[in-house]
Design a protein around this ligand. Structure first.
Ligand code: NAD
Ligand code: MG
Length: 384
């Protein structure tokens, strides 16, 4: 029985994780759940999975949640960062599923590692903003870090049994998102609804917009660099609109290992939870005879400048990836609120990066400071 804390249980990754837990009741036990503001769903999850600790965004939501649940059998209810850290470090928990979106995932994920918990990592912003610090923490505390992101799970599965010195390239695949074939002049006028209409994956709003701008792939290049300890020039991106190959590893002898499957996040989540074993997921088996041709081509960084910005952030290093990530979070939020157009997202991030002088990040506190600086700068540009 593996005992779990799920950070962000009401999100897209969180609910898929709970689907897997529900399908394997003898195998996983939920000890703690955390959510932001969706109390109706959260209360249903608490009734179904009976965690000992439940955490929401703030104290007024916590009070509301207490009212919604019968006193008998009610879990301890906490709130805020203190609650997230308590859930991440709970003594009963063996593995923490880090599925909060954005930089808010940093502090609880670091706390989990320091408390010796294995981590199933969905929150890619953690490695983007503080990759060197997190990989150092993982090493120092002897915990396991399992990727949940489908591309990184594919790479993880494609390097098993191989020596890392033999890796020539990691090739991340990208669907290209809803605007893969949209001409540059039309990108300026696409709507929020167009951008949220992802062709292959059903995900939370922020990552769906990141997929449309291809910042998601940029964040994943940075994530891959840290997870697999390879330089940026060894991480390539191929557009593969069918999302059947989830990523590949090319070796020095020219052989390429790939992982394939029906696109469904339950597969990488289940592998992270059950590694090295495999459990059923209910995903439709892949029948390649039903796939009408798999295609691959190079990304167009002219139309999708966010991908280039991510490579630039990686090359600049130090605080730049954290600054880019925070600027992206604010820019995506502004796009979702209708304050800027789609192409304005990359423009805004670039302006913030141009005005930043990268510096060393020695601690999580330094990362949060760079994150804060970038948010303030981005808001300043937004309102001017
Ligand atoms: P989502 O928006 O659907 O869910 C996010 C969860 O985090 C929710 O439970 C929400 O309540 C909680 N949350 C949000 N802000 C919070 C805050 N400030 N404090 C505490 N809790 C907060 O997001 P998602 O699509 O499930 O993505 C989660 C993470 O996984 C992201 O980092 C994303 O990049 C990554 N990821 C997602 C997918 C996917 O298919 N959805 C795939 C790969 C990686
Ligand atoms: Mg991904």
């Amino acid at each position: 029985m593996k005992r779990l804390t799920i950070l962000g249980s009401t999100g897209s990754i969180g609910t898929s994780t709970l689907d897997i837990v529900a399908a394997h009741p003898g195998r996983f036990k939920v000890e703690a759940l955390t959510a932001g503001t969706n109390l109706d769903l959260f209360a249903r999850q608490i009734r179904e999975f009976s965690p000992r600790l439940a955490v929401v965004l703030n104290e007024s939501l916590a009070a509301e949640l207490r009212e919604m649940l019968p006193a008998a059998g009610r879990p301890e209810i906490m709130s805020g960062v203190e609650g997230l850290v308590a859930a991440a470090t709970l003594s009963e928990t063996e593995m923490v599923v880090a599925a909060i979106v954005g930089a808010a995932g940093l502090v609880p994920t670091a706390a989990a590692i320091k408390a010796g918990k294995d981590v199933a990592l969905a929150n890619k912003e953690t490695l983007v903003t503080a990759g060197h610090l997190f990989m150092e923490l993982v090493e120092r505390h002897g915990v396991k870090l399992y990727p949940v992101d489908s591309e990184h799970s594919a790479v993880f599965q494609s390097i098993e049994g191989h020596r890392s010195v033999d890796i020539a390239r990691i090739i991340l695949t990208a669907s290209g998102g809803p605007f893969l074939n949209t001409p540059a002049e039309k990108l300026q006028r696409v709507t929020v609804a167009d951008a949220l209409n992802h062709p292959n994956w059903s995900m939370g709003k922020k990552i769906t917009i990141d997929s449309a701008t291809m910042m998601n792939k940029g964040l994943e290049v940075i994530e891959a660099k840290w997870l697999f300890d390879v330089p940026a020039d060894k991480v390539a991106v191929n557009i593969h609109p069918q999302s059947i190959i989830h990523s590949m590893v090319e070796y020095v002898d020219g052989c390429v290992m790939a992982q394939l499957g029906t696109p469904d996040m339950k597969a990488p989540i289940a592998y992270a939870l059950s590694y090295p074993e495999r459990v059923t997921t209910g995903i439709k088996p892949l029948d390649l005879t039903e796939c009408s041709g798999l295609t691959f081509f190079k990304p167009d960084v002219g139309r999708f400048p966010c991908l280039g910005l991510a490579y630039r952030a990686l090359a600049d290093g130090e605080s730049m990836p954290a600054v880019m990530n925070a600027a992206n979070e604010i820019a995506v939020e502004a796009f979702l609120q209708g304050r800027i157009g789609f192409t304005g997202i990359a423009g805004l991030i670039e302006k913030v990066m141009d005005s930043h002088c990268p510096h060393d990040l020695g601690s999580i506190a330094d990362v949060l400071e760079a994150d804060c600086w970038s948010r303030a700068k981005t808001r300043e540009f937004l309102s001017s």
